[in-house]
Every structure is written in structure tokens, then in C-alpha cells.
Design a protein around this ligand. Structure first.
Ligand code: NAD
Length: 486
């Protein structure tokens, strides 16, 4: 429920950020795509607007007995499908503008990859590292309780998931708070996604967003026509990659790309940036950071101090993966980006002005709303698993394995030869939950890219505009189906 107080808050945050508000940036992309669509202005206006934003503040008792007042938000951008879905983040730069923009991106992202949700997003404005684990638990539990009071969480209403600074532990606290209150709700487990497996999570969710980024990049670099336009060879093998943010998305995306032969030449983090054309070992860098070290302590050809780390975005590479925060590629640095492909792992890393500069320079942008949709796609699988109360593969895995064995035995009988035992054992298995989740994710990313590419080529527009056109069209159909608009 937007209020004049919240609007002032949005404006204040935008002024201090000395750049256009994030939601305005998203709407500039929306308007560009809408100009290519023959839809009534009223319908476009309804799709674009954010339906409601809840701003909550509550006290939290610190371990030393003092009290902090904590601010949180939950934005519901569109309820054309229910529940609404979107992660929540813990950051100091959280604001109404940010959650609104991110909720809007969720609406379009879900539509693009055919996941039946409206868009939502949440945030709590804290510096996570300033709080003890016990304090964080109190904050998350209280935030969950506040969301329950306003119907902002529930399996059929609003299903939060992980985002920046939020992992399975925070999600487990949220689930526990919800289920402690909604005891009789048989589908309570589906109130949140990104849960630990033991609490109803799905295998493959942790890596899902990074894996989706990998699938999108792999499909793009395997497309001969696209690579010819960019002057690149096909395939990931040997491609130089710079990644910003070695968190959940950046770590898995770069790990999967490296497994296909890409060289991770640059890593940009909060504490600085490192570059080495010979390639960096992503697992080693992550382990070093997790042990409390800084990437600047590791061996590399070039290093940048924190104040200049953002310049790492301009390092020479084939693929740049911004996977940290929004608005890092702006009009002022877009002209110096050397990558041929920008693979947007983060939400909103490129401002609308920067996107224009990059388009003019022929740099291919794989837009966030497509490329990082793997997270919500696998969250959708988790939600379906929770609602069906059965693990994927449980019903058919053994049956599939015995079918395969029967078929191979019959072939052996017919031809009078036996399969090598290794091959036999490899084929005689049914799909596990993780196999099914990863296969569903791959199918989703491949199909969505095909749809975007076809639309982009047919309409002569860039991929981001095509992604918005596709998504807006689907949301428009949902409204029309409900008889709200012609
Ligand atoms: P995360 O908290 O796991 O990781 C973020 C990483 O970025 C951290 O390592 C952090 O140190 C680094 N970072 C923060 N500020 C930085 C800066 N100014 N410069 C360089 N590095 C910086 O978060 P995440 O879940 O990986 O999310 C990253 C982005 O991906 C966000 O934009 C998020 O909205 C988006 N995203 C995440 C998911 C998901 O499933 N986790 C899904 C879709 C989109």
C-alpha cells in the first residue's frame, strides 16, 4: 500500500544514489518494448504499475541489550497470477524503489519463462555482517511474522525465496516461524522456497540460478549465427570470462562455465578485483574468501583496490558476468567495456542509458530477466513438489530403470551380444530428483532463449526488448483471460 511517506522515501534514496530510480529504469525498458505491441494504454498501464508495497519497521533487541529499529519491505508488483513470488534480500541499500523495481522484474521474468506467478520482492535494510547469528534469527522471524499479518506470505499468496545475503538458513527460520503459526495448513511447507532439503527443499535449487546463467550463455555461444555477428568462435571452450560477485549466482555460473572450458580471467568483489589471463581457480578463490581472506592476497597479474574494483568490468574478455548488484554498467563506463557478451546474472546491472550505448557498440546483452530466471524456475519446481507432497522421481525412478533393463536385455537376446557392463549400468537407471530438476531447468532456459531470439530477429529488436515484449504479451493475455481487459 503506497503512501506519500513511502514516495518521499523512494525519492530520497534515488537522490542520494545520484542516478535515475531503479523502477524508472525498468519502466524505460518496458516502454521501449510496449511501443512495439498493439495493446490498449490502460492495459499497459495496469501491467506496468506496482500494485502494493508494504513498508514495515520493528525493533530488534541486540545481544548487548540495546535496541535497533529495522526497516523492511515487501512489494507485490502484479497479482495477474497467484501466488506472487520473489526473493528477499538483506542489504544496506534496500529501499522501496529497489524492491518495487525488482518485483516488476519478477513479474516479467516469470512470464518469460512460463512460471505461473505474479512478481514480488522483499528486503530488510541491514548490514548482515554487523549482526550476530542470534540477532539475525530474531530479525528474520519478526519480519516473517509481520509479513503474515499483512497476507504477504503463504503458499497461495506470496512465496518468498533467497536473494542477496539470504541462504537456506534464513529461509529455514522463515519457514519455521510460518509453520509454528499456521499449524493446520497442510501446504505450509510451500510458503517459501530455497529451503534445506530436509525441510522440503528441492535438490539443485542452490546452484539453479548459476546453472541457468550457464545454460543461457552456453546456448548463445553455440549459436553459429550469433557468434558470427559478434566475431567470436562457437562454444565456451577457451572463452575469457570476467565475473563480478562470487556469491551464489557468480560462483556457480563461473564454475559451470569453467567446466565447459571457459577461462575465468577476472573476479571483482567488494574488497577488490583480480585479473589473470592464464585463468583463476574459482573454487580456490571462494575457499580463500570463506576462510576470511581477501582476493587481493591471491596471486594474479593485475589487482585493483576496492575503490577502483569496478574498473574490472572494463578488463579484456569475451564474456562479462555482472552477478553482484544493480546499476554497475552505466552510461559513463559502457563505452569502455571490452566484452562481446554481457551475461546479466545480477538483477538490473545495466542502466537503460548504458544498454543503448552497448547496443550501438554491437555488444550482446543477455538480459537479467531471462538469464537469472533459473532461480525462480527451480523454486517453482520446489513449490510444486511441496504441494504434491512427493519427491520428484519417487514414483517412476525404479520403474524407468527396470524398463531400460528389460529393453537392453531384449536387444542383447536379439543380437546375441552383450552391452559393455559400464554402459549397461549407465543406461539402466531412472531419473533422480536432481536429474529431473536440472533437465526441467535446461528445457526452460533453452525454450525461452529460442522464443526471445525468434522475436528479436522478426521484430529487429535487441534481446532485452524482445524479452519484455514476450513477457508483457503473456501478462496481457492473463488479464484478458480474466475478462478485465478486452
Ligand atoms: P550473494 O549475496 O550470494 O552474492 C553477492 C556477491 O556479490 C557477494 O559475494 C558480495 O560480496 C558481492 N558484492 C556485493 N556488492 C559488491 C560490489 N559492489 N562489487 C563487487 N561485488 C559485490 O547474492 P546472490 O544471490 O548471488 O545475488 C547476486 C545477484 O543475483 C543479485 O542481483 C540478485 O538479485 C540476483 N539473483 C539472485 C538469485 C538467487 O537465486 N540467489 C536469483 C536471481 C537473481
Amino acid at each position: 500500500m503506497p503512501s506519500s511517506r513511502m514516495r518521499t522515501e523512494t525519492e530520497r534514496m534515488s537522490e542520494t544514489a545520484s542516478q535515475p530510480p531503479f523502477f524508472k529504469q525498468v519502466n524505460r525498458y518496458f516502454d521501449r518494448a510496449a511501443a512495439h505491441l498493439d495493446l490498449p494504454p490502460g492495459l499497459l498501464g495496469q501491467i506496468k504499475t506496482c500494485n502494493s508495497v508494504y513498508h514495515v519497521s520493528f525493533p530488534v533487541k541486540r545481544d548487548d541489550g540495546t535496541i535497533d529499529v529495522v526497516h523492511g519491505w515487501r512489494a507485490h508488483h502484479s497479482q495477474h497470477r497467484l501466488p506472487v513470488k520473489g526473493g528477499f534480500r538483506l542489504t544496506m541499500h534496500a529501499s522501496e524503489d529497489e524492491v518495487t523495481a525488482l518485483a516488476a522484474l519478477m513479474t516479467y521474468k516469470c512470464a518469460l519463462v512460463n512460471v505461473p506467478y505474479g512478481g514480488a520482492k522483499g528486503a530488510i535494510r541491514i548490514e548482515k555482517s554487523d549482526y550476530s547469528e542470534a540477532e539475525l534469527e530474531r530479525i528474520i522471524r519478526r519480519y516473517t511474522f509481520e509479513l503474515m499479518q499483512k497476507n504477504c506470505i503463504g503458499p497461495g499468496l506470496d512465496v518468498p525465496g533467497p536473494d542477496m545475503g539470504v541462504g537456506a538458513k534464513e529461509i529455514a527460520w522463515m519457514l519455521d516461524t510460518y509453520t509454528a503459526i499456521a499449524r493446520a495448513e497442510i501446504n505450509a511447507e510451500a510458503c517459501v522456497t530455497g529451503k534445506p532439503i530436509e525441510l522440503g527443499g528441492v535438490r539443485g535449487r542452490v546452484e539453479a540460478t548459476g546453472r541457468g546463467v550457464f545454460f543461457g550463455v552456453r546456448e548463445t555461444v553455440n549459436d553459429a549465427e550469433t557468434m558470427k555477428e559478434l566475431g567470436l568462435s562457437t562454444g565456451l571452450d577457451g572463452k575469457a570470462v570476467v565475473v563480478q560477485g562470487l556469491g551464489n549466482v557468480g560462483y556457480y555460473a563461473s564454475t559451470f562455465m569453467a567446466e565447459e572450458g571457459a577461462r575465468i580471467v577476472g573476479i571483482i568483489e567488494r574488497e577488490g578485483a583480480i585479473f589473470d589471463p592464464a585463468g583463476l581457480d574459482v573454487a580456490e578463490v571462494r575457499a580463500h574468501r570463506e576462510a576470511g581472506g581477501s582476493i587481493l592476497e591471491l596471486e594474479a597479474e593485475t589487482k585493483l583496490e576496492p575503490s577502483r574494483a569496478i574498473e574490472g568490468l572494463e578488463w579484456p574478455c569475451d564474456i562479462l558476468v555482472p552477478a553482484a548488484i544493480e546499476n554497475v554498467i552505466r552510461a559513463e563506463n559502457a563505452a569502455r567495456i571490452q566484452a562481446k557478451i554481457i551475461a546479466e546474472g545480477a538483477n538490473g546491472p545495466t542502466t537503460a542509458d548504458a544498454a543503448n550505448v552497448l547496443n550501438e557498440r554491437g555488444i550482446l546483452q543477455l538480459p537479467d530477466m531471462y538469464l537469472n530466471a533459473g532461480g525462480v524456475t527451480v523454486s517453482y519446481f520446489e513449490w510444486v513438489k511441496n504441494l504434491s507432497h512427493v519427491r520428484f522421481g519417487r514414483m517412476q525412478r525404479r520403474f524407468e530403470a527396470s524398463q531400460s533393463r528389460g529393453l537392453m536385455d531384449a536387444v542383447e537376446g536379439l543380437v546375441g551380444q552383450t552391452f559393455p557392463r559400464g554402459t549397461y549400468e549407465d543406461i539402466a537407471v531412472g531419473a533422480s530428483e536432481e536429474d529431473l530438476v536440472n533437465s526441467g531447468l535446461e528445457e526452460t532456459m533453452v525454450i525461452a532463449l529460442q522464443e526471445m531470439n525468434e522475436l528479436a530477429r522478426r521484430e529487429g529488436v535487441d534481446l532485452r526488448t524482445a524479452a519484455f515484449m514476450n513477457a508483457i504479451g503473456k501478462v496481457a493475455v492473463a488479464y484478458s483471460e480474466r475478462g478485465i481487459f478486452p
